[in-house]
Ligand binder design. Structure first.
Ligand code: GRF
Length: 196
């Protein structure tokens, strides 16, 4: 199963995926490339350190959206890797609808809340400020609506009286680093089953 990871940030989820992959936890998954819209994103260095092709895709840094020209380039680059699974791991751009349709049912995202609560940006802070006692993270299918596709898996995180925004963030990220590789392993198992 060919997998491409897209991200814009520090790449801790990508690192967790690559560690799991190194330890042969991801079945027949092949991590083909890591792509980022940010030229200096740490996630590209993570890819380098694991010997995975790391590519920056030039995109307007001032917009959350991807233009049709950028989308065409993104599609062409991704297609080079014939992906069966595209993992959004902290990718901060909104994918265009036609891109999502081209890879229908093959794109997953990790979000730092228990969806459908706290969709969108700054989810951890908004949940914490709201006083939630249980939060967590969700892996879901990507559809044209943001953070709205079918939920694949979730991990809960308790918020204790003694917790701060920082400690809750750490707990959620630790949960993400287990959840996302676990989901990829499961998808790869299903994929092998279908292609046998
Ligand atoms: C994660 O918290 C993820 O839930 C959100 O963006 C963050 C990415 O972190 N979508 P990292 O780049 O994987 O460290």
């Amino acid at each position: 199963m060919n997998c491409v990871i897209l991200g814009s940030g520090k790449g801790s989820n990508a690192e967790a995926i690559l560690k799991a992959w190194n330890q042969q936890f991801l079945g027949n998954t092949k991590i083909k490339a890591i792509l980022s819209d940010k030229p200096d994103a740490q996630i590209l260095k993570v890819a380098d350190s694991f010997g995975i092709p790391a590519r920056h895709i030039n995109m307007d840094q001032d917009s959350a959206y991807i233009s049709s020209e950028e989308s065409k380039t993104l599609f062409e680059i991704i297609n080079e890797y014939s992906p069966n699974l595209i993992v959004l791991a902290g990718f901060m751009k909104i994918l265009p609808v036609n891109f999502i349709y081209k890879f229908k049912g093959q794109i997953i995202n990790i979000h730092p809340s228990l969806l459908p609560s706290f969709k969108g940006l700054n989810a951890i802070k908004r949940a914490f400020d709201h006083g939630v006692k249980i939060t967590g993270c969700t892996v879901h299918m990507v559809t044209e609506k943001i953070d709205d596709g079918k939920i694949i898996a979730q991990a809960p995180v308790r918020v204790m009286e003694t917790d701060s925004l920082e400690s809750v963030t750490q707990k959620i990220q630790a949960a993400e680093h287990v959840l996302l590789p676990t989901v990829i392993a499961k998808i790869s198992q299903e994929y092998s089953h279908h292609t046998e």
